[in-house]
Design a protein around this ligand. Structure first.
Ligand SMILES: [Zn+2]
Ligand SMILES: [Zn+2]
Length: 425
């Protein structure tokens, strides 16, 4: 019997790993530049961590969580997103007790029980940031700036930031009353889920993907015309900073996003090059009440998350190529006879001790097929150890890119090898 991976999961290898590493390394480099430090939280938490934060009425909590009882009957859930776990960890470890903001990033696998589609798996990988402790609009701008820089550095073009403010708990009360009033006459036309949402959580109707529900919302009252003066000033502040940072934005009053915990600024980044309804590359928002609701101090926060698998898929779709040659120069040592293997190992040891990427042919074949392989596997140099080389003590180095060949004395001219390889960088 052969075993396959479970539905909605995926193995990564070969070219996909190169894309993934490029995405993750670009992110790590930027997180360093923007002064974010890493946090690693468990892949599963007590179910309440997610149900209390994401919201009982959301699709994620109602339909998509991998929840199970452990052997002691405790309800655990594989994390469906990153923010709730970070907030739990922040409070538990009192990470807020020093200087604010606390700027954290995470990279990890998440789990949602959904119908698998291209770029949307049941186990998927996300990276994200949380900037915790400061409420002012300059923090929103910095988080958005980082999100924008990330996709720019990956090679995406024609980026547009969609942005909206969904207000604070004060201004939202008035808005929800108005929204309910508007929706009541359409109740029969909404889908079954949305009919229930009218009373329990009408904002979630904005997440519904059904055409009928979307149509009804087109003329609904918009939250950004109900903002209190504080929320209004805050939003204007964010937009002003975005202008200074030269980030292309569009205010989209229908943008709501699927989590209950958001307040004030929410955003999504899209590229106009992606011609599909689901063109969001990543997004996030402010969540000023969540930490307090979780039993932590009353401090505001904001953040974003990006799907790594989706980004990988879109990079391929958009034919975004990154320069693999930018990697360190690689050397292939070709040994022509079993008797010369110890000499060859000496050469490989020397190169590896100097931190050069190199490999050796473990199976003896003919020279021309080995050279072809070296070229195909994007090695920059081939070192040949054959009869002639062993007898004279002069090893042959081929510069594969330049079709040039050098003889270098192994005993007396080792440093010449290093210089030659370095010249590739
Ligand atoms: Zn407000
Ligand atoms: Zn609906």
């Amino acid at each position: 019997m052969t075993l396959n991976s479970p539905r909605g999961t995926k193995d990564f290898f070969g070219n996909d790993i190169k894309y993934r590493n490029f995405i993750i390394n670009t992110a790590r480099q930027l997180f360093y530049v923007y002064n974010y430090s890493e946090i690693i939280t468990p892949a599963f938490e007590y179910t309440e961590v997610f149900s209390r934060s994401i919201g009982e009425e959301t699709d994620i909590v109602q339909k998509e969580m991998y929840t199970f009882l452990d052997k002691k009957g405790r309800s655990l859930t594989l994390r469906p997103e990153g923010t709730a776990s970070v907030v739990r960890a922040l409070i538990e470890n009192k990470l807020y007790s020093n200087r604010l903001p606390v700027k954290l990033f995470y990279i990890g696998n998440m789990f949602r029980y959904e119908r698998p589609q291209k770029g949307r798996m049941r186990e998927f990988w996300q990276l994200g940031v949380e900037s915790i402790g400061i409420g002012s609009s300059i923090i929103d701008a910095e988080v958005i700036w980082l999100l924008n820089s990330f996709f720019k550095q990956l090679g995406f073009r024609n980026l547009i930031l969609l942005i909206n403010s969904i207000g604070c708990s004060k201004c939202r009360v008035k808005y929800i009353l108005e929204l309910k009033k508007y929706l009541k006459p359409f109740k029969g036309e909404l889908c079954f889920d949305c009919q229930n949402r009218i009373d329990s959580n009408p904002l979630r109707i904005f997440d519904c993907k059904k055409e009928g529900c979307r149509k009804i919302l087109e003329d609904s009252p918009k939250i950004n015309s109900f903002l209190c003066s504080e929320c209004k000033d805050h939003f204007e502040g964010v937009l002003n900073f975005l202008k200074i940072l030269e980030i292309n934005y569009e205010v989209n009053p229908n943008l709501v996003r699927g989590f209950d915990y958001y307040t004030k600024t929410i955003f999504e980044i899209i590229s106009s090059d992606i011609k599909s309804a689901q063109n969001a590359l990543g997004g996030g928002g402010r969540y000023d009440d969540l930490i307090n609701q979780f039993g932590g101090p009353d401090i505001p926060a904001t953040g974003f998350a990006i799907g790594i698998d989706r980004t990988l898929m879109l990079m391929k779709q958009q034919n975004i190529n990154f320069d693999i040659k930018k990697e360190e120069p690689k050397v292939y040592v070709i040994v022509m006879d079993k008797n010369y293997q110890s000499f060859a190992l000496e050469v490989v040891k020397f190169l590896r001790d100097k931190n050069f990427a190199c490999d050796i042919n473990f199976k003896i074949k003919n020279l021309s097929s080995e050279l072809k392989l070296a070229e195909k596997s994007s090695y920059n140099f081939a070192v040949i150890i054959g009869e002639d080389e062993v007898n004279t003590g002069n090893i042959t180095i081929k510069d594969i890119d330049k079709f040039k060949q050098y003889k270098i004395n192994w005993k007396s001219q080792k440093n010449k090898i290093i210089k030659l390889i370095w010249s590739k960088k």
